[in-house]
Design a protein around this ligand. Sequence first.
Ligand code: NAD
Ligand code: ZN
Length: 237
Amino acid sequence: MLKKGMKVAVLTGAGISAESGIRTFRAEDGLWEEHRLEDVATPQAWERDTEMVWRFYQERRRQLLEVDVNPAHDALVELEKGFGVDFTLITQNVDDLHVRAGSKRLIQMHGELRKLRCEECGHVCEAMEPEQLMEDYVPCSNCSNQRLRPHIVWFEEMPMGVWDYEAAVHDCDVFLVVGTSGHVYPASNLLPIARHTGSYCIGINLDPPLNVDYFHEFHQGKAGEILPEMVKEWLES
Ligand code: NAD
Ligand code: ZN
């Protein structure tokens, strides 16, 4: 049971946004929206087939306008209100649903679809105006580069916020993992780390993830149904 004064860290994956209508990455066939990950989510793919990778992420970015938060995102906002500085949310998701729900103590370790980044000068900008969601490349507003890249962590690249999320995982009393398959490293390693550093580990997933054996408690089912109930119980205790 999670009690006030304890530190809680939460790791979410694509499964928490599934009930909002965003498809997950399918580990069984290695496809993300019908694309092989190595074709769209590596620096090599961006080098080799920039246009295709750009179109893929533009489609994902446009999709953000068609979806909305679900009760699982809202429940984590309530949990944060209850635990304040003792709460950290780490997400592998690149959608903006945790932000839109109102989560503040949030680390987006794989980047953000809403943002683009300049490979020449490092400038990062939020780019969600209608013309920035078309198929054309978006130029940098800070230098002469005509082609910003998605502000996404691709395979072989360093995740964002590493020190902060590792500290949160090491320090937490309770580690809650929601809707992640446990296939994507290094996020998949956070559960074993939390377990070995003495946290109580709780999992919620539609199906048992790859690393299910590390949980003290595993709840099988939909995040949008299980998480709100769980959080309500914790906050009332
Ligand atoms: P994943 O797609 O590999 O696994 C999703 C997991 O969610 C599965 O284990 C599935 O059983 C579970 N799930 C599906 N519906 C659920 C529900 N309603 N409630 C609870 N669980 C549910 O996800 P991952 O581990 O996050 O890895 C995906 C990678 O691809 C990440 O790197 C991520 O950045 C990227 N990705 C992001 C998004 C997004 O931002 N929404 C979507 C697809 C892929
Ligand atoms: Zn620039």
